[in-house]
Design a protein around this ligand. Structure first.
Ligand code: CO
Ligand code: CO
Ligand code: CO
Length: 320
């Protein structure tokens, strides 16, 4: 879709629309570039404060995925004024503001419109050294792939909407979605990696496909190595699955080779549309043990080596 729009050729654009990266990067000086991204979502859980925190963690994540540090943010709000009490909006914005503060950044304004369905997210601006930008388009053959949060959030939030998820599972999913990717990004910057993306709406394999096609490589993933929230398996086996997850799998048809042992449910888990998922990092193999050690020391929710980058076959191979 974007390919039909006019292209911009300002030489200071370090990361723009040529690749499917998480955020735009614009060089200001030899030593400084700004990173900017916008993201907004519809509510994923009932609690408005938690919704705000999830949306903010999700928006901040695209800055962390570029190896950058967020400095300030603007709210983007759609709200059905007159249909929902204003205290709901206040709680959403409070959840977002507290999360941005936790990230060491500030909310400095925003814009709202009357909208029948509530929506919330942020424009986030960050800073990075121009030579230290981490894109999703520089993975190298032989890199290990490391994931920093468990999968299953799309299936679980669909279960929550259908009142099929236990209170414990709801708490766990909110905890995962409101956890910032800041410490994972710190570990990745310290160790030095080749590529990174966060795992959100296109699911693990959709975002991995953006990375492999952008980098001109292939990948192999082992399902048993991928961290998954246990109740996501229970729910998907009952047939609970968001439409977006099924569309992700369809969009990858012909691009993924599934080993015969991978069940329908396993395929859906790997394509599950995440909100505020973890970082997917391509790290040179000699550094991957150090990265995992640093992630574990930072207590990230997962620190799993889930596969590797292989020579370009135009395919992602999924093995048990
Ligand atoms: Co992203
Ligand atoms: Co995003
Ligand atoms: Co990126």
């Amino acid at each position: 879709m974007l390919s039909q729009l006019p292209t911009f050729t300002d030489p200071n654009i370090l990361v723009g629309t040529k690749t499917a990266d998480d955020a735009a990067v614009y060089q200001l000086t030899e030593e400084l570039a700004i990173v900017q991204t916008v993201d907004y979502i519809t509510p994923v859980v009932d609690d408005p404060y938690a919704c705000g925190a999830v949306a903010a963690a999700n928006s901040l994540s695209d800055v962390y995925a570029m190896g950058a540090r967020p400095i300030f943010a603007l709210n983007v709000v759609g709200f059905p004024a007159g249909k929902l009490p204003l205290r709901v909006l206040t709680a959403i914005l409070q959840g977002g503001a507290d999360k941005v503060r936790e990230a060491g950044a500030s909310v400095v304004g925003g814009h709202s419109i009357d909208d029948p369905e509530p929506k919330y997210g942020l424009v986030v601006t960050g800073l990075v050294h121009p030579q230290k930008v981490v894109t999703n388009a520089a993975a190298q053959v032989g890199d290990d792939l490391v994931l920093t949060k468990p999968l299953g959030l799309g299936i679980i939030t669909t279960g929550i909407k259908g009142e099929q998820a236990s209170p414990k599972t709801i708490d766990e999913a909110v905890h995962v979605m409101t956890t910032l990717n800041n410490t994972a990004a710190d570990a990745m910057i310290e160790v030095g990696v080749n590529a990174c993306t966060d795992v959100t709406g296109f699911g693990l394999l959709g975002h991995l496909h953006e990375m492999t096609s952008g980098s001109g490589v292939g990948a192999r993933i082992s399902l048993s190595a991928v961290p998954v929230l246990p109740e996501a398996w229970t729910l998907v086996k009952k047939g609970i699955c968001p439409g977006g997850t099924k569309r992700n799998r369809e969009a990858l048809a012909g691009k993924v080779t599934w080993a015969p042992e991978i069940t329908d449910e396993g395929q859906l888990i790997l394509c599950d549309a995440q909100t505020s998922g973890g970082l997917l990092i391509a790290v040179p193999k000699p550094k991957s043990a150090k990265l995992i050690e640093r992630l574990q020391a930072a207590k990230t929710l997962a620190a799993a080596r889930i596969g590797e980058i292989v020579a370009d076959t135009g395919q992602i191979e999924v093995i048990p």
